[in-house]
Design a protein around this ligand. Structure first.
Ligand code: NAG
Ligand code: NAG
Ligand code: NAG
Ligand code: NAG
Ligand code: NAG
Length: 431
């Protein structure tokens, strides 16, 4: 339902001024903005169920032809929501190379403050992606930074501002929090009036540790620090004060902190499972309670999370593990009466995808929640003749977007059809 009376707006403004913001269901928003109602999303007062796509590389494309081509394929596949990165940061030592290769960059670090690039190789590219999305009826979940090194994540803030050697300082050092917030402010102010934004995402896969740094002793819920939950609360309040109309989410992997975590057997030993014992830093149930977190995300990669269990004859299967993981998140969302999104999931290899995805997708559809496979692939990209090294191992090869093993393309019809079929079912629920 839409509350558009000026009374509601005044109440919201007063609440915002007082630092207390009305809950996610009681918001009056402009036309075309997504809201939540209980565990479901709504668009202009009607149910909004969807299949989404992940494509972090879209703002890295060099030509409008390729951007349009990608959105057009997504739209034909029934994709309604795209998740991509709202960050691309480099060290100044990379600047010359970036200029030469055409690499998209928004922040350049060369001291304890970064330089913002609003130019044609900077935020103008993101502007264009967000604007083009609207032409194809697609809304964007935009992440503000990365837990991981990819495309200049949180560790660059740590390197340049604090020099600390543990990753958890990202969540607690007030100088780092200010720098993060100054970037967040730039992005939010830039797009806050756009109906093409589905939601703001505080960080991709926040954890107490990263790929460069370990965690300090005080970060996890078990340590009593609850650093991630506190950070989510602080940042979601910050974003809602800037923009009360768009949804805000975590971007987390969805780890639980259960009193009695799930366990598994490995080499005859019963192991307390990392995904349920809070060791990574998140507490999914508490994150659902944060007032300005409108919905919470979770990810699903059993093959890379449990490589030691993935062998013939083990007690374990990726398919059934995934079903349990989905159920646990659905139950948590139902308990908190907020939506959850299966925001990333993937397995390697075409056969595994064809075999495993239908059961996961069906379970998600049966429990009425949105899914966003990792990751959407595009064929026939034309820039640099269809071949370009972007950064890291990311490359466009023979016109195909980067393939990390989880990418699926329209030529892989058995996999493609799983998602186009699901998109049709979701669309039929959105009328
Ligand atoms: C960026 O520069 C900082 C400071 O020189 C350095 O510590 C860090 O390793 C660099 N990071 C990357 C990703 O290049
Ligand atoms: C980074 O700082 C150094 C030292 O102040 C300066 O020489 C260099 O030009 C700066 N690089 C950029 C890209 O601003
Ligand atoms: C399978 O589970 C049983 C307990 O149910 C355990 O004793 C055994 O070690 C497990 N096997 C493997 C290969 O993990
Ligand atoms: C497919 O799944 C099997 C069993 O889970 C796994 O061992 C294998 O590595 C997967 N294939 C690819 C290409 O990832
Ligand atoms: C689909 O395209 C990808 C990327 O170019 C290629 O690697 C793959 O072999 C193709 N698959 C089929 C089934 O044609």
């Amino acid at each position: 339902m839409l509350f558009s009376s000026s009374l509601t707006k005044l109440a919201l403004l007063a609440a915002a001024a007082a630092g207390v913001i009305a809950g996610p269901t009681a918001r009056g928003v402009p036309a075309g903005f997504v809201t939540t109602k209980g565990t479901q999303f709504e668009l202009d007062g009607k149910p909004f169920a969807f299949v989404g796509a992940n494509s972090y590389w879209l703002p890295l494309l060099l030509t409008q032809t390729d951007v349009e081509k990608t959105f057009s394929t997504m739209a034909k596949a029934g994709v309604k929501v795209l998740r991509t990165w709202g960050f691309n940061a480099i060290n100044d030592t990379e600047l010359a190379g970036a200029k030469e290769s055409g690499l998209t960059y928004y922040q350049v670090w060369n001291s304890s403050t970064y330089a913002l690039n609003t130019g044609s190789q900077g935020l103008e590219r993101l502007d264009n992606v967000i604007e083009t999305a609207g032409k194809y009826g697609i809304k964007i979940i935009l992440a503000f930074t990365n837990n991981w090194v990819g495309y200049g994540g949180s560790d660059l803030y740590i390197d340049w501002i604090s020099g600390a050697t543990t990753h958890d300082v990202f969540f607690t050092d007030s100088r780092i929090v200010s720098a993060y917030q100054s970037y967040v402010r730039t992005i939010v102010e830039r797009y806050k009036s756009s109906p093409n934004i589905f939601a703001w995402e505080l960080m991709n896969e926040a954890r107490c540790s990263s790929d460069s740094f370990p965690s300090g002793p005080l970060c996890t819920p078990a340590s009593g620090a609850q650093s991630l939950t506190k950070w989510y609360k602080q940042q979601s309040d910050f974003v809602k004060n800037l923009d009360p109309n768009h949804l805000v989410t975590t971007g987390g992997e969805g780890h639980f902190f259960w009193t009695h975590p799930r366990t598994y057997w490995s080499n005859g030993q019963l192991i307390s499972d990392y995904n349920w014992n809070g060791q990574a830093g998140e507490d999914f149930d508490r994150n659902l309670q944060i007032p300005n977190i409108d919905f919470v995300t979770y990810h699903l990669y059993p093959q890379s999370w449990y490589p030691e269990l993935d062998f013939p004859g083990s007690n374990w299967t990726a398919a059934s593990w995934g079903l349990e993981w989905i159920s646990d998140h659905i139950n948590a969302g139902n308990k908190a009466n907020k939506p959850v999104i299966l925001e990333e999931f993937g397995v390697g290899g075409l056969e595994n995808k064809t075999e495993i995805y239908p059961t996961w997708v069906q379970h998600a559809l049966d429990t009425k929640h949105a899914i966003m496979p990792w990751q959407f692939g595009e064929l026939g990209l034309t820039e640099d003749g269809g071949n370009r090294i972007i950064k890291y191992a990311d490359a466009i090869l023979n016109g195909a977007s980067p393939n990390d093993g989880n990418t699926f393309y329209s030529n892989q019809t058995a996999v493609w059809n799983i998602f186009t079929r699901a998109a049709k079912i979701q669309a039929s629920r959105s009328l």
